[in-house]
Design a protein around this ligand. Sequence first.
Ligand SMILES: [Ca+2]
Ligand SMILES: [Ca+2]
Length: 980
Amino acid sequence: MERNRRVNLPTDWENLQRPGYSPDYIEDRFERMDMAYAPGDWVATAAAQAMYRNNTPLLAFIAGKPEAVTSKDHNYLPGESVVKQLVVINNSRQAVDCTAKWRFHLMAGQGHSGSAAAGQAEANKTPGAPRPRPLAAGTAQVHVETGRQARMPVQIALAPDLAPGTYELAAIFDFGTGQKQEDRFAVHVLPRPDTGASGTLAGAKAKVALFDPQGQTAHELRRLQIAFDTLGADADLRGYEVLIVGKSALTVDGPAPSLAPVRDGLKVLVFEQTAEVLQDRLGFRIAEYGLRNVFRRVPDHPALAGLTEDHLRDWRGEATLVPPRLKYQPSDKYAGAPVVRWCGLEVPRLWRCGNRGNVASVLIEKPAVGDFLPLLDGGFSLQYSPLLEYREGRGMVLFCQMDVTGRTEEDPAAEQLLRNLLRYVLESKHPVAPQRKALYVGGPEGREYLRQAGIAFAEYNGVPLGPQDVLIAAPGAGEKLAPRAAALTRWLEAGGRLVALELEDAEANRFLPVPIRTARQEHIAAWFPPPGRSSPFAGIAPADVHNRDPRELPLLQAGADVLGGGVLASAAGGRVVFCQMVPYRFVKRPEASPAFTVMEEDPAEGRASAWIDLATVPWAQLGQKLSAGQVGNTYTFSAFVKPVGEPATVRLEVERAGRPWDRAVRGQDQKLPADQWSEIHVTFVVEKPYPEGWQAYLHVAGAEARLRADAFRLYEGPYIPWERGKVPASPKNLLANAGFESGTASWYFNWNTEQQNLRKTFRRSAFLLSRILANCGIRAATPLLGRFGTPLQRATGPSLVKNGDFTTDRDRDGVPDGWLLSSESKQASCGLETAGPTGHCIRITSPETTDRRRSGAMLAQHDLPMRQGQWYRVSFLAKAEALAGRQVLFAVQETVRWQPILEYQRFAPAEQWKEFTFLLPARASADKNRLQIWFEGGGTLWLADVRLAPCEPPTAGRWLSGLYLDKPQEWDDPYRFFRW
Ligand SMILES: [Ca+2]
Ligand SMILES: [Ca+2]
C-alpha cells in the first residue's frame, strides 16, 4: 500500500450545511492502528503475535520444571534428565478437557550442530516433511475447571550416548472445544567436557597464581585439577605465567596485586567482579542488569569453542554475583522509587526480582580507550561486554563477567566456557601481537581526536616507513602521499598497515595500490556477521556503525572488501583498512557538557565575564527577567560577545515573560568572528503592553559553540556605541548584574536538550575506531593495570563520630560515651551489646503505644563540625525488630537555628544486619551540629559502626578518566528507569 497517499474525498453537497468537519482529502495520517488505514492493512509484529498467542482464553505451553516454572533450562549433557511441565490455563467460561501429546526428537532440518533458530525455521517452512523419529513421546489428559490451571510433568531421560546437537520438545494441546495449540522448546545437548577435544585441563604446564580471598574460584580450579599457588595481595608475581583473580576477589578499598607484570607477558584471567569494583576501583562504566542472553562478537575465538548463541542464553539455576533483590536507596526526588549510583550519579532503577537464568549479571561498557576486544556482547545497543580481552605490552587481562562461577545449578555451557577460558590462558600458543608505531597524515580534526584518545603517534613527514609502522591517513593526506605512491605500495607489501579515515576515491586513488570507488550516500545502519579473529574488524559489531545522526558518508563501492554497506572496508589482504564513520564528526569535545559560568578572565568590561558552552545542545538562551518598557518608547538591547575557537551565531531577543511568549523584538542572527569581542545590538519601539514583564536574552545557536559574553545593556533610547575601556554614555541599564561582576546572579541559562543521538554515535564510533586501530597494533595507554593494585580511599579523613563503634560506656548507664538517648516515652531505653558483625552494637528500644508521635527514640551526638560544600560519607550497620514506623531517619542538624546540614535520609532496616551508606554534601558550615538517628513508635533498633567522614564528591571517580572519552550523564545510563 502507499502510505500517506493523498485520497480526495467527494464533496457531500446534500449535507454541506450540517455541523461538524467536512474534510476535502486525507493525506498525512497519524499512523496509529485506530486512526489510519483499514484494519487489514496492519500486520502483526513478532511482539503482537506473541501477545495474541499468549492472551487467549485458553493457553497451553511448555513451562519449566516444578521447582521453577519460569525457568528455561535448555543446555543439557547426555545422560541427564530434561524436566519440563505442560501447563494448561483455562481463562474461558467453561471447563475444558485437554489432551496433550508431546514428543522429543532431533530438531528437524539440522544435524548435530547449527542453530536452533535455523532448524526451527526450516521445520516451519516444510510442513509436509517427514517428522524425525521421536526419542521419547507421551500423552496426558487433563480436565481444567474455568479459572484454573493444570501442570503435567514431562521427564525425558537423555541417553548417555546421545549425540550432541539441538533437540526439540514439541507438544500439541487438543482442547475438547476443537481448538488446538502447539508449543515447541529447543533443547541443546552439549558434549561431555571430559570427552573429546575438551578433555582434562590437568596437563597444562603454565605456572598459575590465584588471588581468591572468597575461595569460590579455588574450588572450581581444584575440581578441574589445575595446579595453582594461592597468593596474597602483596605477593611477587615474578615467575608466574598466569594469574587468576577469583570471583569477587577484588573490593573497592581492599588490597590486591598490582598487574604491572602484564606488560612483560603475564596473562590474567579475572572472574566475575561486582559492579562496585569494576566501576569505583577499575573505572569501567558498567551495567548491572542480569542478562539472560548474550551474543558472540568473535565467534572463532578459542574461548568460545563449541559454543553458539543458543548456548549463551538462559543458563540453568541462578547467578550469585549480585543479590537477587536490587540494592538501592529509596529516593525523595523520585517519589520513593529506587535509586542507585551509576558513575556517581543518582539514577532511578527498576526493582530486580531474582537472578534465575542469568548468564551475565554485571557487564562492562566497551571502552573507547585501550585495546579491548569484546568476545561477547549484550545489553542495550550491544554496548556492553561480559567477556572482554584487554591487551597491554606483551600480556593480557581477560575479564570474564559471564556468570560461570558459583551458580545454584550447573549449566553445561557455563562449564564449557569456564574450561575454554582456562585452557586459553593456560596454553601459551596465543601470544599477544606486538604493538606497532602510528604515524598520522591528514587534517587537524583527526590529529586532535587521536590526541584526545591517547593514541601515541608521530607526524608523517615523508621519511620511509618501517614494516611495523601503521599509517593513519585522513582527508588532506593525498597531497603528501601521492608523490610516494610507489614506495607506499612496496611498504604495504612488506607488512605495513594503512588505516584510511573518511577518504573519498579521488584522494585515495592518488596513492593507494588498488583503485577504489566511493559514493557519498546516507548511512544509518548496517548488518554483517561478526568478523573472525584474524579480520581487521575483529570485535566490531553492526551496533558500532549505527549512525543515530543520519548523514552522507563516502561509502566504499568497489575496489575493496566491503563490510556494512561500505562504511568499513579492507583491501590489500587486510593491510589497508577503511573507516568512513569517525567519532569526531559527531562530537568534537566529548568531555563538554552544557555550561554557563562566570569567570574572572578575559572580560569586555570590569573583571568578570560569562562563559557559555553549548556542548551538543542545538541552542541556548542566556537572559534575565525584568519589567517591560513603556508602550510607544524606544529601547536598545546590546551585548558584547566573543566566540571562542570557532565563529558562533547569536541574536538578541526580548519576549513576553509568559504565554504566548510573543516578541517585543527579535534581532537578526549574526555570525560573529572567533576570538574577538564584538558588540551586537537591536533597537525597537514598544508597540503593546507586556504586563507579565520581559525576558531579554542572548540566543546562541549551533552545537559545540563556546563563547564569552559581557556588558549587556538594555536601556531607553537609540543605540549608543560603547567603546571598551570607557564608561558607556547610555542611560540607565534595566538589567541587573549586567557585566557579571556579581557572578551568575539574576541570569538564567536555558537549553532544551542535549543531542543524545550525537553523544551515542560518538561513543560507539569511538570504540569502533579504537578497535580498528587496536587490530592494527595501535593501542592507547590506559591506567587500568595500576588500578588493580591501588585501592580506593573511600573517606578522605577520619570519622567525626566519637565512640561510633559503641565500645565504651564508662558510667555503665547503657548510654555509650559521647551519645545521648532522648524520647518522649520514659520507657525508652538503650544498651550496649557485644554482638553484631563488628562485635559491638547499641540496642535502642521504644515501647509500643497507640500514639506514635508520643513515643519513639532518638540517638544523638553533638559537636560534629562540618564545612559547606564538603561531601560526607555516612555509614552504619543496622537491624530492627517490630518497628511500628518501619522507617528510621538520619540527619545532621545545626543546633543554633535548627537547619539540616546533612539532608534527612530514610532507611528501612530488616531483621538481618545490613550496611547503609549515604553520600551527602554539607549545606552550610557549622560547628554546633547534632547527628541524630531516630524512629517513631514502638520497636527495637540496633546500630553498629556509625561513621561520618569527609569524602571525595561521589561524582568524581575513576570512571571519569582513562577508559572513556565522554563524561557520563544521567541519561547515558540506558537502564535508567524514567517513569518518575
Ligand atoms: Ca564584566
Ligand atoms: Ca554512659
